[in-house]
Design a protein around this ligand. Structure first.
Ligand SMILES: Cc1cc2nc3c(=O)[nH]c(=O)nc-3n(C[C@H](O)[C@H](O)[C@H](O)COP(=O)(O)O)c2cc1C
Length: 168
């Protein structure tokens, strides 16, 4: 597990190789194993392989140019009727992170693209994918085989200065 956590890096350059359906299923299974407040599991997912939609996303939404070549994206959404607490975005973040880690373990590159709570991006993503009012987009994950496997090289982020023991 530590190896997967250490090797995950944001990937912004993808080869054109498609992601196998079995791997997409494993990514979705990993997402749904995330913890959620009150076990509400307030999520829904849009699996995007349509190249026109991916290209349009890259053109319209800020900081998403890698979607011009990524063969796959997963849009993580919240289901409003399952939202019982203001903690729900943390549930969706946990699901998003599970997808990133599962992607790394499958040899896939991934990049978390922030959507919520930026109202403009949420509306852009809602319009692109016909997301109904009962749902709201939270994040998008760009996925695919990396152009260059060196993205998986470990970069140490450990910083002892941010650790406090018992009290700040
Ligand atoms: C909430 C969130 C939003 C992010 N949004 C974007 C984004 O819109 N575009 C992008 O290229 N990267 C985005 N990233 C990826 C970060 O830039 C990246 O995680 C950070 O630079 C650290 O690099 P690493 O993921 O390789 O460790 C986002 C990451 C998070 C957690």
């Amino acid at each position: 597990m530590l190896e997967i956590i250490n090797n995950r890096r944001s990937c912004r350059a993808f080869s054109s190789q498609e992601v196998e359906k079995e791997k997409v299923d494993l990514l979705l299974r990993a997402a749904m194993q995330a913890p959620s407040a009150h076990n509400e599991q307030p999520w829904a997912f849009i699996v995007v392989t349509d190249k026109n939609l991916l290209f349009k996303y890259a053109e319209e939404v800020k900081s998403a140019t890698m979607l011009k070549e990524a063969p796959l994206a997963i849009v993580v959404c919240a289901l409003r009727d399952k939202i019982k607490t203001p903690l729900y975005q943390q549930d969706l973040a946990a699901a998003t992170q599970n997808i990133l880690l599962q992607a790394t373990s499958l040899g896939l590159g991934s990049c978390w693209l922030g959507v919520a709570p930026r109202a403009e991006r949420m509306e852009q993503v809602r319009a692109l994918f016909n997301i109904p009012e009962e749902a709201e987009p939270f994040s998008t994950i760009a996925l695919g085989y990396p152009k260059d496997n060196s993205i998986f090289n470990f970069r140490d982020n450990f910083n002892p200065e941010v650790i406090h023991y018992n009290r700040w």
